[in-house]
Ligand binder design. Structure first.
Ligand code: DI6
Ligand code: FE
Length: 430
């Protein structure tokens, strides 16, 4: 035991000092900020958060290792709560068709869109899918992401949905952070069920979902409720099957048209309703009452040339927390940068930088059903990201920069990197 430590002194594993903290706890300061703060972890938990001046002793006597962060900022590890990371092929040709004026919906109706990725995904091996998704997740991780959700939905038959979910679990095994998997069998009606969507929903409810649950491969169930996908009635059947299986639900709701998706999600106490561009006032009210989180996906909005902005003011007025995610997928949002989503959400949807950061931390945690992460507070999981920035708004302000200099997952240092030079003083504000 080093000299000077008494039995009443804490014995933390790690202590970070000379750092500013964006705790994202509800506090008087914007971002729950603590300037000149300190943060300690023991095992996989945060064990102390506060002003350095309030530490109960000299730092070197409080922890096994003390690190000075040279005025960097610490935020909670970032959370990407909506991705389709596991898929085969890509859709650059469709991108070019859309640039020439064809709409996302028109391409889907002609059998392109999701169904073309289904073909490529069925043709890919599990190893190929795992390798491609692993490199997409690595890109997210370098930006401070410590928790990610991965949906299936490009198989649309039992065998391929199982293959995708197994690949997602393998990606998780090689990732120092946390992966949540979501079964999205109701993503599109497969070609061999064209005109027989109800029969495909039978397959989902009676065969696919029970097998996937039995294999322990899904943490939640999602569906695409839309005129090019599944009706509200069909979505209800999928959600009832999820309820029987004991899994929480999420919904791709009102992305292209108002299908009353938000209210439907709320009726099933969904963790989240996602997209929401066309959601009506009653839908947002229902979400507020049910505690359903709004997940906004500005990458998909931007990339598909959408024009109707989700009802941000109404979410604010009704107290519906807004999360943000990449929606990483080959058709509507080929994005592996969650930081870019902050900028897009601010510029396109007029979120404040503080709302945007809350959207990829505390609110994103709730969208996945987590109560143990997304803020810097004692007892929370020790998932942290370190940033060479002057103030938290820098994370929304820069486009395409990555000022992340370190990531900690469950108390273990998972990544250290040199920051991009952002200009200005290059130093965090003292
Ligand atoms: N909405 C989306 O934005 C993605 N899935 C969905 O239901 C798009 C999926 C794709 O185009 O491949
Ligand atoms: Fe999506």
């Amino acid at each position: 035991m080093p000299t000077g430590i008494t039995d009443t002194m804490p014995h933390w594993d790690e202590l970070w000092v000379n750092a500013h903290l964006a705790t994202l706890t509800v506090a008087a300061e914007p971002y729950g900020a603590i300037l000149d703060g300190a943060l300690a972890t023991t095992g996989d938990r945060i064990t102390w958060v506060g002003r350095r001046a309030d530490l109960p002793g000299p730092p070197e006597q409080l922890a096994r290792r003390v690190t000075s962060l040279d005025s960097a900022w610490i935020t909670p590890g970032l959370i990407d709560c909506h991705t389709h990371l596991v898929f085969g092929g890509h859709r650059a040709a469709e991108f070019q068709r859309r640039l020439q004026g064809e709409s996302y919906e028109a391409i889907a109706r002609k059998g392109g869109g999701i169904l073309s990725t289904v073909e490529a995904t069925r043709a890919a091996t599990e190893d190929q899918l795992t390798a491609a998704a692993t490199s997409r997740l690595a890109a997210l991780h370098t930006e401070g992401i410590t928790t990610v959700e991965i949906k299936s939905g490009y198989g649309l038959d039992l065998e391929t949905e199982l293959k995708i979910l197994r690949a997602a679990r393998r990606v998780a095994d090689a990732f120092p952070g946390t992966v949540r998997t979501t079964f999205l069998g109701a993503h599109a009606v497969p070609r061999d069920y064209a005109g027989r969507a109800d029969a495909y929903v039978d397959l989902i409810c009676h065969q696919m979902l029970p097998r996937i649950v039995e294999a322990g491969l899904a943490d939640a169930v999602d569906a695409f409720c839309e005129r090019i996908a599944f009706t509200p009635q069909q979505t209800v059947r999928v959600f009832e099957a999820a309820r029987t299986a004991g899994l929480p639900v999420k919904l791709h709701a009102d992305q292209l048209s108002d299908s009353d998706g938000a209210a439907l999600a709320a009726r099933f106490s969904a963790l989240s309703a996602d997209h929401l561009e066309h959601t009506n006032a009653a839908g947002i009210e229902a979400m507020a009452k049910a505690g359903t989180i709004a997940v906004l996906l500005p990458g998909a909005w931007y990339f598909t040339h959408a024009t109707v902005v989700p009802p941000v003011d109404q979410c604010r007025a009704s107290g519906v927390p807004m999360a943000l995610a990449t929606d990483c997928n080959p058709g509507s949002s080929p994005a592996t940068s969650l930081l870019l989503m902050l900028n897009l959400a601010c510029t396109l949807f007029r979120l404040t930088p503080e709302e945007a950061l809350s959207g990829i931390t505390r609110h994103a945690a709730r969208a996945l059903g987590f109560g143990d992460r997304g803020t810097l507070a004692v007892g929370q999981r020790a998932d942290l990201a370190f940033w060479a920035i002057s103030e938290p708004a820098d994370l929304s302000y820069w486009m395409g920069a990555n000022p992340c200099i370190g990531v900690v997952c469950g108390g273990r240092s998972a990544l250290t990197r040199r920051p991009a030079t952002l200009g200005g003083s290059g130093r965090a504000r003292q």
